[in-house]
Write a protein that binds this ligand. Sequence first.
Ligand code: NAI
Ligand code: MG
Length: 510
Amino acid sequence: MSEQIKETKTESATNGAQKPTSPNSDLKLDFASFWEYSTAPESGDFFDLKESYDHFIGGKFVKPVKGRYMKTINPSNEEVIAEFAEGTSEDVDSAVKAARKAYDKEWSKLSGKERGKYIYRLARMIQGRSRELAIVESMDGGKPIRESRDVDIPLAAAYFFYYAGWADKLDYAFPGREAKPLGVCGQIIPWNFPLLMLSWKIAPALAAGNTVVLKPAEATPLTALIFAEICQDAGLPDGVVNIVTGAGQTGAEIVNHPDVNKIAFTGSTKVGKIIQKSLAGTDKKFTLELGGKGANIVFEDAPIDQTVDGIINAIFFNQGHVCCAGSRLLVQEGIADRLIQKLKDRMETLIVGDPLDKNTDVGAINSKMQFDKINEYIEIGKNEGATIHQSSCNLPDSGFFCRPTLFMDVAQSNRIVQEEIFGPVLTIQTFRTPDEAVQKANNTQYGLSGGVWTDKGSKIFKIGSQIRSGVIWSNTFNKFDPTSPFGGYKESGVGREGGLHGLYPYVKLK
Ligand code: NAI
Ligand code: MG
């Protein structure tokens, strides 16, 4: 480290005396330009990933009928990690049949208490393999290990624990009503929180007595396949959980299968609309958790340093691949200049790089496709006349990385303000009055999340109640809890996941 320490040879400003010789008073440490963290890579040496993964159907790994495979890469170095089966209609059909058989013969007949025992076991076994799951999540999807280790995997286990607790208490969940399962649930999840989205979907479905066919995203199938191994190890009855891998076409086969009773989808608004159209006229229930363009509103009385960190967490957490990200900053005029300067300073300290390094704050963009999309939006923002600011950090030579980015001088009608970028790109607008903030916050097609930063409790409640979003955080952002419902208004989706509300879409009430 010694060569990284900068000696600042300044003379005393007050008396012009010679610089002191004591090393303690002489040595000034310039942290901003000379100190770097040594790397602290997490290592996956203690487990083996397979080179090739098959579908998990009826409790066994089975080869795809058509024999086709796809590859998943590590977006931080573009290397292939493994291949996985590409599901066709034949594979989906055999998964639905296995799920139906398990539903009819076993799972729907088990008592809630027995179902709960299995779900608790899944939760504990996720905890048991948490280090491996965190590493694989970071390798396959590019998110920093600190986030997979401290957020994704512990929360995934927490959702299983939470819904395990409801399995034998459905009478209390829906007092005076009899809650019956729906049957076979088709579940399609995205690539931004792979195992966590799996847990949001599988845990309540199983607790209510349903069986499932789940398709992970084609960019990040691996933790779902490890979860399949966990189901085997847990002795979960065959066919209760089936995992079919593949891309959009495989998802469509699940949506359109006639023997599926419910569809749960998380992903883009575009695909959500396609699914809603294909389900129109059927008696399949559905929940859709789609895109967002969350407003993060900062009032003049907000605690500024905490707010700056909250803004960082709102938009740079998981490289901004977060449907509920605070991707639009609305800041009251009086503190805008000070806040934006502090935000830029804080952005300079973010470490962008190897997802497996424990120091990394911002990892790799999930895929080439998403990388191109973000860069396209950065160009759109420049062409719309906005002022861009990016942190000056070094980026790795290979892989898909994007500098934390701000856009100032934007208009409400700009595409970068209206459309979901799903990357580390924040737009900044100012406002004068609370009414103006609310008006701007609500002026997009989305309604998933929002944030309010202020010292005044009354303002939190007043503004919070005026924002048309499923989730509002105040003086914090991107906090999740299994007991809390999550979901959107407008084009952000239909239905709620999490909490008691998240159980409701998996039952029919008598
Ligand atoms: P996507 O919506 O295409 O993918 C999500 C899942 O849906 C994947 O498992 C995919 O295989 C599946 N899928 C795709 N087409 C389908 C179809 N016709 N029927 C059934 N399933 C289908 O999202 P994509 O293309 O990966 O990302 C594009 C944009 O979507 C992102 O840039 C982002 O803005 C948004 N997005 C939002 C998410 C959210 O959590 N709200 C998650 C992922 C993406
Ligand atoms: Mg991958």
